[in-house]
Design a protein around this ligand. Sequence first.
Ligand code: PEP
Ligand code: MG
Length: 848
Amino acid sequence: MPSISLSAPLSGWLCPLEEVPDPVFAGGMLGEGVAIDPLGEVLHAPAAGEVIGFHEAGHAVTLRLPEGVELLLHFGLDTVRLGGAGFTPLVRIGEHVGQGQPLLRVALDEVVGKARSLVTPLLVTEPAGYVIEWIAPFGTVEAGDPMALLVRDGAVTADRSIGPAAALEEQLCREVRVPLAHGLHARPCARLAEVVRGYGAEVRVAAGGREASLASPTAMLRLAVRHGDTVTLLATGEDAAVVLGELARMIESGMGEGAPFPVEGPVKASVGEPVAPVSVADIPVPLPGAALRGVAASPGIAVGPVWRPVQAEPAIDEIGGGPEMETARLRNALVAVRIALGRPGAAQGEEEAILGAHLALLDDPELTGAAQALIAGGVSAGMAWRRVLHAEAGALRATGDTRFAERAADFIDLDLRVQWQLLGTEPPAMVAPAGAILVADDLLPSQVAALEPGGVVGLATARGGPTSHVAIIAASRGLPALVALGGGVLGIADGTTVVLDVEAGTLEIDPVAERVTEARAAAASREARRAAALAAAGRQGATADGTRIEVFANLGSLGDVAPALAQGAEGCGLLRTEFLFLDRADAPDEDEQAACYGGIARALEGRPLIVRLLDIGGDKPAPYLPIAAEENPALGLRGIRIGLARPEVLSTQLRAILRAASSGDIRIMVPMIARVEELRAVRQVLIAEAERLGVAVPQLGVMVETPAAAVMADLLAAECDFLSIGTNDLTQYTLAMDRGNPAVADGLDGLDPAVLRLVAQTCAGGSRVGKWVGVCGGLASDPLAVPLLVGLGVGELSAAPGQVAEIKATLAAVTDAGCAALARAALEAASAAEVRALALEMLREVGL
Ligand code: PEP
Ligand code: MG
């Protein structure tokens, strides 16, 4: 059989696939290949074939060669988000093209600023028994240059066939007892399948009188192998002994989900074996009367029925546009979902492992083969996928084993992902019932931000952290919230009455009537205190002795101004400009930014407006300011580091602020400063832009969010106008605890004495050179922290808008001497709990 030659589809720089900054491509999950960093604007066909897929966003083309080989050309990374802007397809699905024929024209100028990367993988997604020899040297390449040879791999295909030839080969077998706590469920099956794919051998597993190929996670799942079961691994072909040994070792080791059985241990029946919970989803459903412990994210107490938003159902047509079209639609949808699931940051920890299993299921030939068979019979892509995945889910439920039945949800989840992708849309927004407590695995800032006022009265999440942006938004809305409650919270049935008591850190499930009454009374008295504070919101922020403490509000948009002023905000101590930049396809330009800042300044009617420069990166990604995958995003390109690395972003924002400055008392604040030279660099750009526009240089302040900035506070303060402590990040970096990681959320407390000592050091640094020091992180919104911060020397508090009146009421109740004494004691305390106890005692003494 003749070999097939592939030519370069683009001019540019040819590099190995492993260099693509995206694990889905780099890890070869979609197939073998290379990548080109393009210089040319036209993507050409690497070989003659039929166009069997062309994504509607125009960035990805799939070709099938007459020999059955399939190629995927994917222009850039995350370019699907551009929605077709900058891409002009030159061919259609179903068209036959010749080698070198132009397939796609790309406006590089337009796409370059918006895409995460332009690097373009060329992948052999279906080798059809051919072996690929990449012949072009890495480096400069011209479109049309010979790039690869595909030669028929007779030996390998013969070895891999399951026909009579294989039957004649020697079959090796090995018995293995399964120590995994939850048996061979989706994730271990996926990992085993991955190992098998790396060898030439055909491996099957036999259990309970049935057999399945180890190459198919779905088939393995159907065997419902449980903890303690003994299975037989059967292997034939090349490397049979080696692969058998490796698989047996993996299973016997427990694959991280169970201790290996002692070698001499008797073989026991699996039923009733104790199992150790290994994931959030495996925590048992809590019983009525029980209480789950969580981490305080936003203060308060609330009572109400649980509301778990239900995912909307996508509409699925029974009949599609014919087998050819539906095959292409399904293929494209699977590729898109695969890319979305594998995107860096798509998930972390347990969820990442679950997504890994979903990725393997997407690759499972049993699933795609079965869907393909239905499509060939005239069924639409969506209906075929739905039937196959629901049948698998049903089979798992029918095993009667709750552990496997729970895995059915993975198939349902995967079905929905692909259905929405086929429809090219997102699931519709959900409307919350009034008075309910929203329970979710985790929430996105945009989801909390989208909640209508008067709907939910509290939030409870399985995961999440107390200083996340979700917590910040909840606090700004006065919504009590507990996070990191664990997976058990997801087992509470909809409509169950719960008490969310943030101070106690508990979510009580279906408590007795007396407790419900008591909690309702506590919520009501808290409301009464809030109402009294609100009635006095117009007073100046000051202690009982009259020491002036400015009480500002943190804002994210123009819409936040009115509620903040209603609470008595005396200005804005932190405008989080990134909210203007997030959740949108492209960056706001200078005019849009100037209009936004000017509008907020005018709405504040002359009160100070401190505009923080863009703080993205870390836990706040923006799609159009792509940042290469980072091992430690919190320690990487974020905050002002991005502004300094992308000068046009910084100067555009500074110009917009300067243009808006005439609308009010606008000041500028720089996030994530760690070194004095960063401040100097920003000041230089600010002065240059102000000179260009012929306007005065506004006040420039530094956010103290890193321990480095706190210990250098005197030197920083000498070169700026004010310091404002971002206690959220300062806590994260001081304690080395990720603010978004529930595993450490328990210890992430801004009242930790280590953080307070840095606050004290910052205040001392500021006062040494006569500069004021404020706090704009979460501590400023915590009434317990307020007297302490005042005692440490803080002169301005910028709180969540919903907390402003209460903060003023707290200030009015405490004396300067009381605050100073509390601060002295707190600096000597050994733990955050001790500090909290001291602060609580003081507030109780003054009747709060
Ligand atoms: C902080 O870190 O405390 C802060 C106010 O900034 P953000 O929460 O937006 O990171
Ligand atoms: Mg911060």
